[in-house]
Write a protein that binds this ligand. Sequence first.
Ligand SMILES: *[C@@H]1O[C@H](CO)[C@@H](O)[C@H](O)[C@H]1NC(C)=O
Ligand SMILES: *[C@@H]1O[C@H](CO)[C@@H](O)[C@H](O)[C@H]1NC(C)=O
Ligand SMILES: *[C@@H]1O[C@H](CO)[C@@H](O)[C@H](O)[C@H]1NC(C)=O
Ligand SMILES: *[C@@H]1O[C@H](CO)[C@@H](O)[C@H](O)[C@H]1NC(C)=O
Length: 686
Amino acid sequence: MKINMLSSLALVVCVLCFSALIPQATPAPFLFPEAQSTILPDPSTFFAPNLLSSPLPTNSFFQNFVLNNGDQPEYIHPYTIRSANSSLSLAYPSFSYNSTAVSTTPFEADLTIFASNSNKNGHHVVSDFNDLSVTLDFPSSNLRFYLVRGTPFLTCFVYRPTSVSLSTNHKIVSASSASGSNTKFIVKLDNDQTWLVYTSSPTELIDSDSSTLSLKKISGIIRVAVVPDPDPKSEKVLDHFSSCYPISGAAVLENSNTLSYKFEKKGGDLLVLAHPLHLKLLSNATVLQNFKYRSIDGDLVGIVGDSWLLAPKPIPVTWNSVGGVKKDAISEIKSAIRRDVDALSSTESSTKSSYFYGKLVARAARLALIAEEVACSDVIPAIRTYLSDKIEPWLDGAFSGNGFLYDKTWGGIITKSSRTDPTADFGFGIYNDHHFHLGYFIYGISVLAKIDPKWGEKYKPQAYSLVEDFLNKGKQSNPNYTRLRCFDLYKMHSWAGGLTEFPDGRNQESTSEAVNAYYAAALMGKVYKDAQLEATGSLLTALEIQAAQMWWHVREGGKNQIYKKGFAKKNRVVGILWAIKRDSKLWFATAKAKEARLGIQMLPILPVTEVLFSDEGFASELVNWALPAFRRKGATDRWKGFGYALQGMYDKERALEKIRSLKDFDDGNSLSNLLWWIHSRSTSVG
Ligand SMILES: *[C@@H]1O[C@H](CO)[C@@H](O)[C@H](O)[C@H]1NC(C)=O
Ligand SMILES: *[C@@H]1O[C@H](CO)[C@@H](O)[C@H](O)[C@H]1NC(C)=O
Ligand SMILES: *[C@@H]1O[C@H](CO)[C@@H](O)[C@H](O)[C@H]1NC(C)=O
Ligand SMILES: *[C@@H]1O[C@H](CO)[C@@H](O)[C@H](O)[C@H]1NC(C)=O
């Protein structure tokens, strides 16, 4: 899709710390000028009236359910779920792996649930949602579905006595009650699947033909689950946990390295499925190792318990490189900085795009921090002037040709250019890529506030408004923005895509730009002495990094390989990751442009990049895979710089030679930044 093209692309060292001098964590409230978008959909079609007074999610795991006719599927592990014509359908997808994609067949219902005599014209209403759950009501059918991520059962609440039917796009081979039971039924399909149907009160099968069966009028809970494998133990596990159902699930951001899940449930012990990254992060969990469902994200296994504790390894959030720059390299970096800073004022960029403008600002901010690191402080005043000249017009509304506005309908920032044009600013006006664009601005603002604390205090309200657009913890923190606009607390990474219907769900291309957004937010927390913001930013940085390493970085022949050979053999990195698809192509380039595919997962190069690419072995696999594409016609120096930067992790001298001969750099990158990166790598690796 066009809009996404490229989206892909104070130190107030308080020696004598008087409490009265510590700036307040929360600044005066500020909203950019309110404006009416002409392109945004009306949320009242699908959201219940009582939800409309608060900001609404725009990049969520159930976004398709509230766009257009609301009838495109979403992946709610382990099922794809589709709501259409007063019925809810589910499929247990299988995946194919070839050199260009991991994909599943177009949605085909394994089972569809509906009220037997329903009027087929009704649609669902979202009556509740949370980090891990969404509730769909079918008011004209007396049905309510609690869709909780990772639940092996689909749970339907029949709130008035109703006769309920189940149909399939396949053929029913057999349907019967389990021996001696009037609350459990077994349905075998001609695609080899066995589905179990559990009811909370006794009922009976009253009718069944080759594609539909009906249950006698009941009220209460109906649950269906596919039996994941032929092992009879799996069915026993499902039987055992069938009577406890989740109603909703929330995640709590506890501190910089802890996240917890709290499921609201009815009944005994709750069974929810965990993906491979959950398993890495979970502490103290009861894991049913042999109870497995397949998913595009790796095998899902059962976890018993309605409260989970997830703890990623803490990461260093620092302004400068962790290891420091080698002394003998300082003079080379200094002279590059002087040239780059001189060029700031002489090369005027004409961009009005929020994305490219943000990159311009962040690039200059990097120069300031590198200058600080190599003690080249005489250039800092010029950078400070450049940064304030560039940033202020966006914060005070004086920028000619674009600027930030506030959309009240969904509750978030849009730009002047994208208020009436869904393709402008890569779809920023329909809530695509917010973390990418704003992340660059926040990086620039944080650095400027660090070198000029007075400026930082003056623009603090605007700075918070920008960061809370995508990093708001909830209504209590700021009632004007949705909670965590992009970050998915089940998957542990961000989504882009915004309010566009996609059959494969939301997507994200650049994980490194997402990392930049949360890292920049953590730096902002540091500069404003806001421990909460720093902790939230650090936690999401750590999670986004781990998710990138698990699902985007594809290691050679790895034991824990998520993707099967057909895909894993030919790809060292995913291009676009969708909820239920993996592409090797990019929004802006074909799969052949491996130099761009590597680069878009590495830019911008920052101190935290060494955590994202902490494994030299993988860095060399990725570079060796991409290098042949560097000889392609059309492979530019702008992209090559990122490959050489990675090469510098394990082959410093050759990388340095290539970097010194580059003629051009990505618009967010510079020779100074590449030299700083190479010379701050550890020398212990040869
Ligand atoms: C939210 O927006 C309202 C105006 O609609 C404003 O009065 C209020 O101060 C804002 N709150 C925050 C925390 O920004
Ligand atoms: C819903 O019903 C309409 C009209 O009968 C039909 O055209 C459409 O294909 C149905 N949608 C689904 C997803 O079954
Ligand atoms: C790989 O699968 C995708 C999706 O099914 C398909 O569009 C593509 O043509 C396939 N590519 C190859 C090389 O087979
Ligand atoms: C781990 O689980 C045990 C038993 O459920 C519990 O007593 C203990 O407090 C838990 N520890 C943590 C750190 O949650």
